[in-house]
Design a protein around this ligand. Sequence first.
Ligand code: NAD
Length: 246
Amino acid sequence: MDYKDSLQVIADSIKKAQKFYVLTGAGISTESGIPDFRTPGTGLWKKINPMEYATSNVLKKDPKTFYKVVYSRFASLLYAQPNKAHLILAELEEKGYLKGIITQNIDGLHYKAGSRKVWEVHGHTRTCLCSTCDREYPLKLLSSQVEKEIIPPLCQECGHPLRPNIVLFGDPMSLDYEEACRAVKRGCDFLLVVGSSLTVFPVSQIPSYAKNLAVINIQPTGYDDKAVAVIREKAGKTLTHLLEYF
Ligand code: NAD
């Protein structure tokens, strides 16, 4: 199927669906200047395997390494701005087609773009949490201590270590993840995957719960053969063309 036919199939599937959801990954934010994990040759994660360092174990046992290697790489997320792809998804929700976005991203760009129903299944970088008393604070409380090399940063109330409000490898999944799975299992007619390699477990299971599925991703994914359409192009350009059908 060529590019135009694939767009037509995706547009028709969206129009027919009662419950249309989108699943996004790091690839939707590369056009906002945030590197993903798996595009070959991208800067930030080239020399570092995130599965080795972005773990709850490293955070607990070796917080200095965690903050130097992992947290410093997330700092660029705080100033990033949504791109066309984020904005178009917000518009599809506004127009009444899109019922919710499930995102693996922690950059908060769907909310910044104006989307309202977003499940941030791997958490976000707006706040931090006390690892003991569970109090939630603005991220600034953590980042200002890290800048002063107070590592681990500490909770104002109980004095125990603070942690970013994100799901690290080895952490239990979030409530948003449980809710998103329930929503898709309850009858998602059409799921559009945008910018995800679909390799990170357990989010990689979500597409299998949808009745129909399409993929917009530069590289192949393990779900391409189950999709009604696959477009291997950039998210910004593809969603701009898709919007012309609505
Ligand atoms: P991934 O890096 O495994 O895969 C991203 C995919 O997006 C790749 O297959 C790549 O080909 C594709 N891609 C890159 N740029 C694209 C574009 N402009 N248009 C379309 N496709 C594009 O990402 P993942 O599947 O989300 O898994 C990585 C994990 O890393 C996630 O759990 C996420 O939490 C985390 N992460 C988040 C951010 C962020 O918040 N922006 C950034 C890096 C990693």
